[in-house]
Design a protein. Structure first.
Length: 151
């Protein structure tokens, strides 16, 4: 227990509940604006590259893998290389990348592939999505840490 809590408990006999966090409207606006950009980009790509029935869902696969790469870049760059900011990570990570990538659509596509008799393709799709996403995470983070423009 922290010294402050110990002292407060000694004086009052109880520990006060922590104050509720303030909601920063600018933080919510950054997430909302980023989410609108990411969702708009996802919808545009999905519309431009519709999936063939019973085939590999390329649009969702590309968006999820690309979103993983973007999130790895943003997280590494913002966390390790740039001065702290209250709004860049929520805008870029939570907003844009959160809306650009879509686990729920991946799940629906896997169920649809399985239901249509393409169980092996569904398994390959899930495996490739997770594997490629992890490869992007590690690869892009590694490259971002070593990029000469950040030194």
């Amino acid at each position: 227990m922290a010294d402050v809590e110990r002292e407060e408990r000694h004086v009052t006999g109880r520990v006060a509940a922590p104050a509720s966090p303030r909601r920063d409207p600018r933080l919510l606006a950054a997430i909302f604006f980023g989410g609108a950009l990411g969702a708009g980009a996802r919808a545009a790509v999905a519309h431009a590259f519709p999936d063939a029935a019973g085939g590999w869902p390329w649009a969702t696969f590309a968006l999820n893998v690309g979103g993983s790469a973007l999130l790895a870049f943003f997280a590494t760059r913002l966390q390790e290389r740039l001065p702290p900011s209250l709004y860049k990570r929520p805008l870029l990570g939570t907003g844009i990348c959160g809306a650009l990538t879509t686990f729920s659509t991946l799940q629906l596509e896997v169920v649809k592939l399985g239901r249509d008799g393409h169980a092996l393709l569904a398994f390959a799709y899930v495996s490739a999505s997770v594997g490629a996403g992890l490869a992007m995470l590690f690869g892009v983070s590694w490259l971002t840490r070593r990029a000469s423009y950040m030194r």
